[in-house]
Design a protein around this ligand. Sequence first.
Ligand SMILES: Nc1nc2c(ncn2[C@@H]2O[C@H](COP(=O)(O)OP(=O)(O)OP(=O)(O)O)[C@@H](O)[C@H]2O)c(=O)[nH]1
Ligand SMILES: [Mg+2]
Length: 422
Amino acid sequence: MMFGFLKKKIKEGIKKITKKVEEKEPLPAESKAEEKLKTEEQPKESTKEVVKTPRKEKTKKETVTTKPEKRKKKKTKEQEEIKKKEEIKEILEKTEPEESKTTKKKIEQEVPEKKEIKERKEVEKESEKPAEKPKPKRRILGFGTKRIEEKDIEDVLWDFQISLLESDVALETAEKICDDLKKSLVGREVKKKEIEKVVEETIRNSIKEILDLKGMDIENEIKNKKPYLILFLGFNGSGKTTTIARLAHLLKKNGFSVIMAAADTWRAAAIDQLEKHGKNLGIPVIKHKYGADAAAVVYDAVQHAKSKGIDVILADTAGRSHTNTNLMEELKKICRVNNPDLKILVVDSLTGNDAIEQARAFDSAVGIDAIILTKMDVNEKGGAALSVTHTIKKPILFIGTGQGYEDLEKFDSEKMIKALLE
Ligand SMILES: Nc1nc2c(ncn2[C@@H]2O[C@H](COP(=O)(O)OP(=O)(O)OP(=O)(O)O)[C@@H](O)[C@H]2O)c(=O)[nH]1
Ligand SMILES: [Mg+2]
């Protein structure tokens, strides 16, 4: 399975980090936390009072005491009146049962109902009470909430970094992923059941950031410039010639006119290999003799394309190591003379950590625009995909998924993230 090894390591890492955080003592439960908050709040208030000027305090207190007194006086006066009216009513009822309805009604209207008096009393009582202070808003920490500290996850993050390195993730890429985790987790308060989700989300975002470089729609580019020259370069045996054949096949299928330039005049049988693909696919190959100037082959191909109205030229180059100065100079010359529209670095995903060294060297020599990763079908580890793109900050356009002409897939970062995390 593609990225199977890396996927396994990421899953293991998530489990280990989650377990380590889960084992940590939870923060105090709600009651304890509240107690703590209360003791923290009290001294604050008393200091406030001390700061106040004593004179001001006094006047404030005076006004506070005078108000209820006034209210009290008013209240007793009202009550006396009500009582009086009630007594009159009682007397009237007793002594004059035949009292005319109108008089009775009149008195009833004047005497408020007992219930009403009670209600009024309650309202008054309430208003006499000192106004309750609004409770300060506080964060309630539930059971099982953990506050993650750096020392809790240091070991597991280190282990995770090692397992990423084992999956061919380059050191700086592995460091980025672990640093992101540290930044996101340390100091965070997280509920027990959410730990795993938080860890996974952080890793997902980290990988997304690495892979989410603005790609390009190669077909759109070709439509906008005619003829469009694409130069393929890379280390020996990385899959350049095979990839050219596959991309030529794809573009022809999608209606573009394509030619291939045999600019690997260096390796024995390189020209024959490309010609064979050309025959199989019905695509013309522009070639010179072995040992000819590679820059001149590409130049001829471009002239041919111009005269024939061809849409796109795919130029093969010899595999080379960045330590081979002559071949690196030749590559620079090809670029100088022909000014390619797109320079694609073809990287064998099985190369492991060397892949990033190659990427850096080719990028600094001629400037890379995009990456194609080959042999993903036989690559269990998967780390190179992250590392190469992270190192030179260039997008992966396609991945090679086999040896057939159809085995070229548009690279989809979402798909890779899903494959790694789901
Ligand atoms: N499984 C698999 N094999 C691939 C893939 N791409 C290329 N290959 C194989 O890798 C070998 C080398 O491929 P080439 O295309 O010749 O590589 P190159 O970069 O042109 O090699 P040089 O010209 O010698 O530098 C061939 O056997 C290809 O069939 C791929 O995506 N998957
Ligand atoms: Mg080749």
